[in-house]
Ligand binder design. Structure first.
Ligand code: OAD
Length: 243
């Protein structure tokens, strides 16, 4: 039996709690995860999200990007896990969400401090002049979209294979992890470096680690103190009863 009251008591006593999230937190909102049989990479391959391929054939790459990332994101809404994390921030208990997700659902739920380690699907960026555009149906209808300012190539503003992570987000995440005394790991397998290091930095600072994931991850047997074997939406709904 999972003792949600005990978990909430630990959260309430914490001084600097962070949440490290991955695709699993958005699964109950209808966003597909990456790995496993039904995962994005298994179903569609990953070539279209490699920067070298994108530069060679933007038209083909954009076709897959729309199908794989943008169509599933239409009409998605935050679920209870996002909503309760936003409540925890408003209560002053959660200092930062560090996410690998590109779906913008943490911000939509109301979190203000969100470090998007893999960027965001909500914007496109010109690869030449770096102008950013809010992603719209109009942009998505072009094949491939071009920058209105300079005619350069527009790319979704998230990290492709072969690209580096945004340095300010990474720096801020590492700083917050090294200050934290409690780290919630939610819905990530912990497979992709350097993002996957964040909970280890927290652990080095002697932070307590609570993981919420229906399946064990790379962290579970390694650094996790309390493992909540449950879907994020359900677990956070239960926790909410004691907040
Ligand atoms: P993965 O697809 O690798 O892992 C998803 C995790 O979510 C797994 O551990 C699942 O068990 C868990 N999960 C599934 N449903 C869940 C639910 N309802 N509640 C909680 N957990 C659930 O996704 P990530 O770990 O986020 O990077 O992948 C990390 C990075 O790999 C992504 O950001 C992406 C990918 O390559 C880039 O594209 C740069």
């Amino acid at each position: 039996m999972i003792n949600y009251k005990e978990i909430v008591d630990i959260i309430k006593k914490s001084k600097y709690m962070i949440a490290f999230t991955g695709a699993g937190i958005s699964a109950e909102s209808g966003v597909p995860t990456f790995r496993g049989k039904e995962g994005v990479w298994e179903k569609h391959g990953s070539q279209f999200a490699e920067i070298d391929y994108f530069l060679k054939d933007q038209e083909d790459s954009w076709k897959s990007l729309k199908k794989v990332f943008y169509e599933p994101l239409k009409d998605t809404k935050p679920n209870m896990a996002h909503i309760v994390l936003a409540k925890l921030e408003r209560m002053g208990l959660l200092k930062a969400v560090i996410t690998q997700n590109i779906d913008g659902l943490h911000q939509e739920a109301g979190n203000k401090i969100v470090y998007e380690l893999h960027g965001t699907a909500k914007y496109a960026i010109c690869m030449k002049c770096k102008t950013k555009y809010r992603m719209t149906e109009d942009i998505l209808s072009l094949s491939p979209p071009k920058c209105e300012e300079c005619g350069g190539i527009l790319k979704p503003n998230f990290v492709f294979f072969g690209e580096t992570l945004p340095s300010i987000e990474l720096q801020n995440s590492m700083e917050d992890a090294s200050k934290s005394d409690l780290c919630l790991i939610v819905g990530t397998g912990g497979e992709v470096m350097p993002a996957a290091r964040i909970p280890y930095i927290a652990k080095q600072n002697k932070a307590k680690i609570i993981e919420i994931n229906p399946k064990p991850s790379n962290y579970t047997d390694d650094i996790v103190d309390i493992y909540v074997e449950e879907k994020a939406g359900i677990a956070f709904s239960e926790m909410d009863k004691y907040l």
